[in-house]
Design a protein around this ligand. Sequence first.
Ligand SMILES: *Cc1c(COP(=O)(O)O)cnc(C)c1O
Length: 428
Amino acid sequence: MKKDVKYIYKQVEKHHEWFSNSLPMIASENVISPLARDLMLSDFQDRYAEGAPGDRYYQGNIYVDEVEIRVQELAKELFDVKYADVRPISGTVANMAVLMALGGPDKSITSVDVSDGAHISSAVFGAVGMRGMKPKNYPFDVDEMNIKLDETKEMLMEEKPDIALFGQSVFLFPPPLEELQDIFQEIGCHVWYDGAHVLGLIAGGEFQDPMREGVEVMTGSTHKTLPGPQRGILLADPRNEEIKERLFYGVFPGVLSNHHLHTMAALGVTLAEHIEFGQRYARQIIKNAKALGQALYERDFDVLCAHKGFTESHTIAIDVREYGGGETGVEAMEEANMIANKNLLPWDDVDSALEPSGIRLGSQELTRLGMKESHMDEVADFIKRVVIEDEEPQKVKEDVKEFRSDFEGIHYCYKEGMPAHKRFSFLR
Ligand SMILES: *Cc1c(COP(=O)(O)O)cnc(C)c1O
């Protein structure tokens, strides 16, 4: 066997070993359940399916169709929507499909600014720009970490956009969609919600409920707070048949051909598990995020939005300019087996994306591993030791490993308690 094969296996094993000894806190990540993970090794990985169930371009899809129809039904049930497209292979691809369907160079769009926490796909240098559009950004209140309601109303009335897009990657608080509904009605715009980060919280009934707050299309990633395979989803209550068709063709042939059937099957398991465990999971995620915010605040961290409980989602943001900035902070954390990402905060220049002031932390994976509010004090202690006290990361790492050893298994799924990372057997 070529030694490169062994080498690659070895690196992945090391990665597994590392992550099973670490505190994963990147707000856009999660671990899938054992039953979902298994399906990713199935023959579905090897096949092609283009088009829709029953209306395919290739043969061989008899059982693929059965699965896809069931996954669609699960998505409709979990999110209580009329239309679900489970084909997008990532959140960005789902966004591109919406832009394909509803956008274009002659269309206008409003969105949150990237430095206020929006995703690159909603920016002029991302998918929105690729569709020939230049977004106008909502006035944003950096103290409240939310859009300014009155100014946004005025701005929407002035711009009269074809598409009003909401949703963020630093998503601490729900935007006031209900309060904007009258304006949406008056303008007649498509209201699009990018729920990539908070999909699992929405499905668990613990964040806002966009589809009941005037939203026509909701997209998202299926691997952030929804703990599924790396994939995307498009959910909608289209205003008419024409929009529904445009959304359908926006996905295929718009932005993909095959749609990665193994992760589609795995998504079905995730959705089914979330119908059963999602509410409990979402509740604990939010409790843990608030507890982590409080614990860090008590340890002298500048946690954003202390005046209103730090967050209503899985995410908290801390400003660590005082302690060398986000980059220095997350590098020290990584050496101590705590995985997080640096992040732009609203007062940063977008050009400083590589050296921003902030660190973004998510509680969803720690929660998935069984942690509760009481454990957040210990997590905050570890972070303080490396970021504020400059303690030797290698020393903190030993304590992190020891702490993590009590949290091996995955929760809020079937086969509860099984370890997150499988060991490979082929090379033994
Ligand atoms: C993560 C994210 C996406 C993109 O998701 P991918 O699945 O990584 O393509 C889109 N929008 C928002 C707001 C996100 O946070």
